[in-house]
Design a protein around this ligand. Structure first.
Ligand code: SF4
Length: 342
């Protein structure tokens, strides 16, 4: 029986920014009434997938406690992340650790990489200074590196893949229950990406991972569940085999048709869908934010916000499913994609 009702519970969470538009300004919800839960009784890799401007990084920053929500609730192990006391905040920072995108920017070229690991041991009071080798060696071992490979080395003496592993090792030193990995392989060569993605799969035996990416190929390979984000909304959420194997939402269909290759090393063969990151009009539009691009658009899509509709194990934010229909979207969505020049 799980000690907590959920590891992470995000309820109706929003973050609104004010965006200048000429002489006026508009309020834009970068994350708009989002719901998702990570279970407490098993570890899971949940991918937040979406393009630039979809809101995935803003959502991740709120989960990390780096950004305050405008509204909604955010609980980690039943504690309200937005109202942690001083001691709870120290506990939370050990429990939820970030892994950053660019290993080359994470480490100063003038500083030995192992010093970051020892600093983490000291800053989080993981072990006394004389015993710091033990958690450092343990974390390096967990990411497939040895002390000997890393000790005394500067960043330019390690490969990008090794540096990202050290970066992940740093995050593991506090033995967190949750890693938030924001585009952790996007700066790596294609040949190294899969080894780091594999590493997250191995780490799942010890912690859950929120994996943030625009790359559906690695999302397909790494995840248990996927949440597809579009302009602040989660438009499709469910098991990876269903969401990326047989997508239901027209946007997920379009994304898959545009970017997904079965083998991530072959990625790039297909044309990518791109939406403007600062398309403020679509954020402010009444109705569905995908209506201007959707091959299945209906009258009500332009005036009424679509609800989250359960379809089997998947939640789909789309009017098409409201009446329990199972529309065949693939052909139409793909046709629209090519005719619109997406
Ligand atoms: Fe398309 Fe309407 Fe569904 Fe939006 S709600 S994705 S416009 S069918």
């Amino acid at each position: 029986m799980a000690e907590h009702s959920a590891l992470l519970k995000v309820e109706d969470l929003s973050r609104v920014f004010t965006v200048r538009r000429g002489l006026s300004s508009v309020r834009q919800a970068a994350v708009d009434h989002v719901n998702l839960t990570l279970p407490a009784d098993r570890n899971e890799i949940l991918t937040l997938a979406g393009e630039s401007g979809s809101g995935k990084t803003t959502l991740a920053r709120m989960i990390l406690g780096m950004q305050q929500p405008s509204s909604g609730r955010l609980h980690f192990k039943d504690r309200d992340v937005t109202r942690l006391s001083g001691s709870e905040r120290a506990w939370f920072r050990k429990q939820v650790q970030p892994v950053f995108q660019d290993p080359f920017a994470t480490f100063s070229p003038l500083k030995r990489v192992d010093s970051y690991l020892y600093e983490t041991v000291a800053n989080y009071h993981v072990a006394p200074r004389r015993q710091a080798d033990e958690p450092v060696a343990r974390a390096l071992e967990a990411v497939g590196l040895s002390f000997r490979e890393v000790r005394g080395r500067y960043p330019n003496e390690l490969s990008g893949g090794q540096l990202q592993r050290v970066s992940i090792a740093r995050a593991l030193i506090t033995d967190p229950a949750l890693l938030i990995a924001d585009e952790p392989v996007s700066m790596l060569d294609a040949s190294l990406r899969m080894s780091v993605v594999n590493l997250f799969r191995e780490l799942k035996s010890r912690q859950s991972v929120v994996y943030i990416t625009h790359d559906l190929a690695t999302a397909y390979y790494a995840s248990d569940r996927v949440a597809v984000m579009l302009r602040g909304w989660i438009v499709e959420l469910g098991p990876v085999e269903e969401v990326l194997g047989a997508p239901k939402h027209p946007y997920t269909q379009l994304l898959k048709a545009s970017v997904l290759e079965p083998d991530p090393r072959q990625q790039g063969a297909a044309e990518r869908v791109t939406l403007s990151a600062f398309d403020t009009e679509s954020f402010a539009r009444t109705g569905c934010r995908f209506a201007d691009r959707c091959a299945m658009v209906m009258d009500r899509c332009r005036t009424i916000e679509p609800p989250d509709v359960p379809v089997g194990d998947v939640a789909v934010k789309c009017h098409l499913y409201v009446d329990g229909e199972q529309p065949q979207l693939q052909a139409a969505a793909t046709t629209r994609s090519s005719s619109s020049g997406a």
